[in-house]
Write a new protein. Structure first.
Lengths: 786, 159
């Protein structure tokens, strides 16, 4: 076991003090002299309509109003808020995916409630809000489409001329024959099955509900630069997207991040940056701040992709899964957004989890008149978990096989293809997770104890597995540029674009740098959140920052060490850098510690390099040490996990009480155990909420009915079960220090495990998520208890 | 808009203010007094991010409180907990137990925790959970927040 100074220790994260004192600066805390306020005027009353007339004249005269912006007053360039067009090769995104740029800054065709129709810039937020009420709009109402089935009907109105049937996306034939992802002949295989389990489920529309609403500041400055402060989780892609949208070179656009109050995928891509920038360009020289209200954030920004999800699994009597056949039809909302992403990954997590004999997954996304769907922690994985894990348990029950035993036998393992076929798992500790997790949870005892209950309150235990990814390669681009500059006092400035969404990622990256160098953490600083200083980084998405950003940081530190050793070898007059050992800041000749030079003197002499007046020679080696790593990871080292949940179902009220929870998690190596636990615990709150309570509910007019923390129920402290997190550290051959990811996965398998625990308690599988008390009571009434 | 003259005591300092009667305490704290540690999360009293302390014991939601009604009241915001460069034990505990992730709920959560410990220095875990019900955290699953409160309670009782 390597003896680490920092890695594996839970050091308080460095922004914690600023946050504990209220001094951390979030978007709404930022102010500039003469700052103006922007209000995006949205259509609240309709979900599908044409703007027949828009009269801004009264609003323009209102007190405090500086400018009103109609659709024609801003750039007419359309855009897609998502960034997959940057992440995949252009022929793939354009020709195979059929990617669309179908969003306008302000639209005359409202496609969902909350769509933006115009803008107001005023001296105060209140002035802007009051003026918005003076705008006169006439709408022509258009037919409403709640879901994929309605939108796909032959007589349905087309959302976009290039997308017949309102099918925004399906797996493209050129890459996926028969528009399906998988292998083998599923139809043939199913003929060999002794048992077939099959059903159509509905996976719900969950909201990220990060605590800080979206916010932005735009500033078109006197040097013609467009500056934008953002809470985006992918600032460098926003940099390029904004430059393109406003036809500016990237040098004339600057993107800066503030402290980010949670993201969970909700800040992936562009959200409100186009509005803030368009408004800023309308009032050159002035800062324009846009803060979304909570309701705006809820109604108009993106959510998880819901939809009907059909699946069929064929088993042999001994449990052998001969095949899985599935089709997910996503209700995507009014715009293209992430149409090409989630319908693929939803299947990828199915492909990667178990050793199906054959597999055929079809994923589609349709336009509807609900709020657009985008990225949310898990990116298709919770959807698949809800369906796949329940059907596996149904098969296990029919066949009399223990669910833990089945999963232990049939999960994919080292050498098997992962979520991208042809790309094999390099490590997998799921056997350990299942074994040690089951023991610690008391799986066998509880499973037997709750087998035959008769009372009103019935307990049950469930298990579910999960695999995810550490970065999006090989499907999507994975790239982080890190530049490191050795200061003249031998401390290191590391510049990189990786975001910290509140996870502690920046602290951990600093730890990894210090550990690689063998220097105190204080001797390393990270410069982030500034597009002028930071090179390319794809984003804080796909649970990649510690794995890819960490890999990049380690590699740049190794490059710094290499340069120091090279100079030391010259100064000490030995063969080359391989003959030099660096311990802390001391560099010496191998086996000759007396022949040494300090990093401090190398660094100092490199910067303050003088000519010796006596000899005329330079003193030391000239040149400041700068290293860079344009880092592309070799792998995606998927993590695995087994979650165990115990519930108590009140069969008279339908209430589900969460009694116990355990996540045995294959982290490879926990660089910061406290942060890893925090990710898994926080993920569980969202996963348990996804399966039990969370869903955006729409009325018949496609208007949302629960856009508030009261009406959209998230689990609070009293609802949460006691939680145990078991970190299984067996290392990964590719990850930095053996680490794998933990950002998204914590949300995923609490979903399936809870559904399975309810199944164990009641004998009923609930196909429509979330599994609310109403649905439980209806299920009991229709099917009876076991 | 009508205004009202009030004297508001915030973090031990008296402020003589002429406030518009429709403005909330949250707006006055953030916009007039520049105390931006108190956060807007929902504006409707549902998330607890705007929690402040009243008379050092009760908590109140500043987004639901009209500033004009606060004449003569003593308010503590998150900025008022640090004394002479020394953090309050509950702030220290939140830092040490990793109870802070994105930090947006933290001000309200810390003040709520301070209030609950002021009233009940030895709360059970269940009491802590119940008391924190009105403060939403979307990052932590509440585990380490509850640990932090428990830790301060243990220290107070010399456990």
């Amino acid at each position: 076991m390597t003896d680490f100074k920092y890695v594996g220790k839970s050091i308080p994260k460095e922004d914690a003090r600023a946050k504990a004192t209220g001094r951390a600066v979030y978007m709404d805390d930022m102010r500039f002299p003469g700052m103006l306020y922007g209000k995006v005027v949205r259509c609240w009353e309709h979900a599908h309509a044409k703007v027949k007339s828009l009269d801004l004249s009264e609003a323009a005269k209102a007190p405090g109003v500086v400018k009103v912006l109609a659709p024609e007053d801003v750039t007419q360039q359309q855009y897609c808020c998502n960034l997959f067009d940057l992440m995949a090769p252009i022929p793939v995104s354009r020709d195979f995916f059929g990617d669309l740029e179908d969003e306008s800054i302000f639209t005359d065709h409202v496609k969902h409630q909350g769509d933006a129709i115009c803008g107001i810039i005023a001296k105060t937020e209140k002035d802007a809000e009051r003026a918005a009420k003076l705008i006169k709009v006439e709408y022509e109402l258009l037919p409403l489409y709640h879901n994929a089935k309605e939108a796909n009907k032959p007589d349905a109105m087309q959302f976009h001329p290039d997308k017949p049937g309102n099918l925004a996306f399906q797996l493209p034939e050129q890459m996926f024959p028969d528009n399906a992802y998988g292998w083998g002949d599923v139809d043939d295989a199913m003929k060999e099955a002794d048992l077939i389990v099959e059903d159509t489920f509905y996976v719900s529309k969950q909201k990220q509900a990060q605590m800080e609403p979206h916010g932005y500041i735009g500033h078109y400055d006197d040097m013609g630069r467009l500056n934008c402060w953002t809470t985006s989780q992918m600032p460098k892609c926003v940099h390029m997207k904004i430059a393109k949208l406003f036809a500016l070179p990237m040098t004339q656009v600057k993107i800066m991040q503030t402290t980010i109050g949670g993201a969970f995928g909700g800040r992936l891509g562009m959200i409100g940056e186009p509005y803030a920038c368009a408004m800023a360009m309308a009032v050159p020289g002035y800062h324009v701040k846009i803060m979304y209200t909570r309701e705006e954030d809820w109604v108009a920004s993106e959510s998880r992709l819901p939809g009907d999800y059909w699946m069929k699994i064929g088993f042999k009597k001994d449990g052998t899964p001969v095949g899985v056949d599935a089709r997910f039809m996503g209700d995507g909302g009014g715009y293209y957004t992430h149409a090409n992403g989630v319908p693929f990954t939803t299947g990828a997590w199915l492909v990667g989890m178990y050793k199906w004999g054959t597999c055929r997954y079809k994923g589609e996304r349709y336009f509807t008149n609900h709020a657009p769907c985008g990225a949310y922690r898990g990116y298709g994985n919770p959807q698949t978990n809800f369906v796949m894990e329940q059907l596996v348990d149904r098969g296990c029950k029919e066949l009399g096989i223990d669910p833990v035993e089945w999963r232990t036998k049939w999960h994919k393992d080292v050498g098997d293809d992962g979520w991208v076929l042809g790309f094999q798992y390099a490590s997998c500790a799921l056997d350990t997770c299942l074994k040690e997790g089951a023991e610690a949870f008391g799986w066998k005892e509880k499973r037997e104890k709750y087998a035959n209950q008769t009372g009103i309150k019935r307990r049950g235990v469930g298990v579910a597995c999960m695999t995810h990814t550490s970065g999006a390669m090989p499907m999507l681009l994975e790239h982080t540029l890190v530049v490191a500059r050795l200061n003249e006092d031998a401390t290191l400035e590391i510049m990189l674009g990786c975001s910290d969404l509140g996870t502690g990622a920046h602290s951990v990256l600093r730890t990894m740098a210090a550990e690689t160098l063998g220097w105190p953490r204080e001797d390393v600083h990270l410069l982030t959140g500034d597009s002028d200083a930071n090179g390319f980084d794809i984003a804080a998405h796909a649970s990649r920052t510690i794995y890819v950003g960490g890999g990049a940081v380690v590699s740049v530190c190794e490059e710094v060490i290499g340069q120091l050793k090279e100079r030391a070898a010259k100064l000490l007059e030995v063969g080359g850098p391989d003959d030099i050992v660096m311990e802390g800041k001391n560099l010496f000749v191998k086996d000759h510690p007396e022949k040494s030079v300090s990093a401090n003197s190398i660094a100092y002499d490199g910067v303050y390099n003088f000519v010796d007046p006596a000899t005329g020679n330079r003193m030391g080696i000239p040149g400041q040490i700068v290293a860079y790593s344009s880092y592309f990871p070799k792998h995606n080292s998927p993590p695995f996990s087994a979650v165990f949940v115990e519930v108590e179902v009140d069969t008279e009220t339908g209430q589900v009480e969460l009694i116990d929870f355990l996540n045995a998690y294959d982290i490879g190596k926990a660089i910061h155990p406290g942060h890893v636990e925090g990710q898994l615990e926080g993920g569980a709150q969202q996963g348990l909420g996804h399966v039990l309570t969370e869903d955006m509910v729409y009325d018949e007019d496609c208007k949302i009915m629960n856009a508030s923390f009261t009406d959209y129920k998230m689990l609070g402290p009293s609802d949460m079960p006691p939680m145990k997190i078991m970190l299984i550290e067996e290392g990964d051959p590719e990850g930095p220090f053996g680490a794998k990811s933990c950002g998204e996965p914590g949300l995923v398998n609490p979903v399936g495990a809870t559904a399975n625990a309810i199944y164990h308690a009641t004998g009923i599988q609930f196909k429509k998520g979330p599994i609310t008390p109403e649905r439980i009571l209806r299920g009991i009434k229709e099917k009876g208890l076991n | 808009m009508k205004t009202r003259e009030i004297t508001l005591y915030v973090n031990g300092e008296a402020y003589h203010l002429n406030v518009q009667v429709n403005r909330t305490l949250l707006q006055v704290l953030r916009e007039d007094l520049d105390l931006v540690g108190t956060k807007y999360g929902c504006g409707t009293g549902e998330c607890g991010a705007c929690t402040v302390l009243l008379d050092d014991s009760d908590t109140m939601l500043s987004c639901l409180t009209l500033a004009a009604t606060m004449d003569g009241k003593h308010i503590t915001t998150i900025e008022g907990l640090e004394k002479d460069g020394k953090l309050d034990p509950i702030q220290e505990a939140f830092i040490e137990t990793d109870a802070i992730q994105c930090g947006y709920c933290t001000s309200g959560m810390i003040l709520k925790s301070k209030s609950l410990l002021a009233k009940n220095p030895k709360p059970t875990e269940k009491e802590i959970r119940t008391q924190l019900e009105g403060n939403i955290c979307r990052c932590t699953g509440y585990v380490k927040i509850i640990d932090a409160v428990q830790k301060v309670s243990d220290n107070l009782s010399g456990k």
